[in-house]
Design a protein around this ligand. Sequence first.
Ligand code: HEM
Length: 345
Amino acid sequence: WGMYEFSKPILVVKDPDMLKTILVKECFTHFTNRRFQNVGLNGDFYDAVHFAEDDDWRRIRNNVSPFFTTGRIRQWFGLMKRQSSRLTSRLQPRAQNEDVVSVKDFFGPYSINTFTGCLLGVEVDSQLFLKRASNPFKVSIPLFILQACFPVLLPLLKMLGFSVFSGDSFKFVKKVVEKMRADRDGSSHQELDFLQHMTSTQMKAKKDTGNKGIPGLTDHEIVTQMTVLLAGGHEAVTLVLTLCAYSLATHPQSLRLLQQEVDSTFPDQAAVTLEALLQMEYLDGVVSECLRLYPSNPRLERTAKSTVKISGITIPKDMTVMVPVYALHRDPEHWPQPEEFQPDR
Ligand code: HEM
């Protein structure tokens, strides 16, 4: 179906075959780009992988993706376990006292500590990071409404340097990167951290092309990706952990089943291993069910680069196509009793 958002027509697609074509088959040809990049008011985040377009998006993504290898995740596992045990030891006394706590206040520092440990390879003050770098995508609502109602003002707003996002988190991470680079002073560091990986890739790319253009990332692009990975990843993980805790607390039977799976996977408080963790089907069901009921992005969007016909429907150039994730996840056609939390579905 279709709808208008202010003056902009939007095509909403729920048909699974059409979605497969838009999000997978024709992603690199007609639907590479998201919508926000068209706003043009992304400030320092203009080159984030989430907003970059066409070849820039491909280049940035091809630089970022190889960082997340299975080998690295295995190496991070020890750090993840240390952070998890810190989290449980902070929560345990509160549980013993039967205190009422806001779990997000526990999961927030846990996830930002884990992310900075994995991505930067350093211990940081989580409170400072939480305050300064955790929410780069906090949108200025008045500016968002202004540009949506009067798109004619866009070039002027852009020229005057207006941005719907605050640049504080970018500036904060930029300072951290400058300090890390100065401390390292060109010496080689563990390949585990994102800055080292990006710097090596950047230098290798420069060498490969004989300094003709940079297929690697620029310094600005590196800081942007670090900011959005740290902040976006932290935000998404905090949210899903909080909602898992909420769902389990409100479904004691599911909590019992999960407890049984934990006890049978790690009998006598055996050490947690990644291999065993990946075998836990009920845990997988709990997380998947939380992501279904409470998707972090309730809608996805793509913009058609050219006019294209899909499943007999003509989608004109520049049309925004919206995927109603929330509605799809609660559609009884796909999920019987969609409002129910059923990890074993
Ligand atoms: C439960 C956790 C997470 C959820 C639910 C989630 C969800 C999403 C969604 C819905 C999108 C948009 C996809 C689209 O438009 O097609 C996205 C994009 C992205 N996410 Fe996550 N995410 C999670 C964790 C993370 C983590 C931990 C990282 C990195 C450390 C991350 C990095 C990214 C990046 C870089 C993109 C943009 C990809 C691109 O443009 O190619 N996400 N995520």
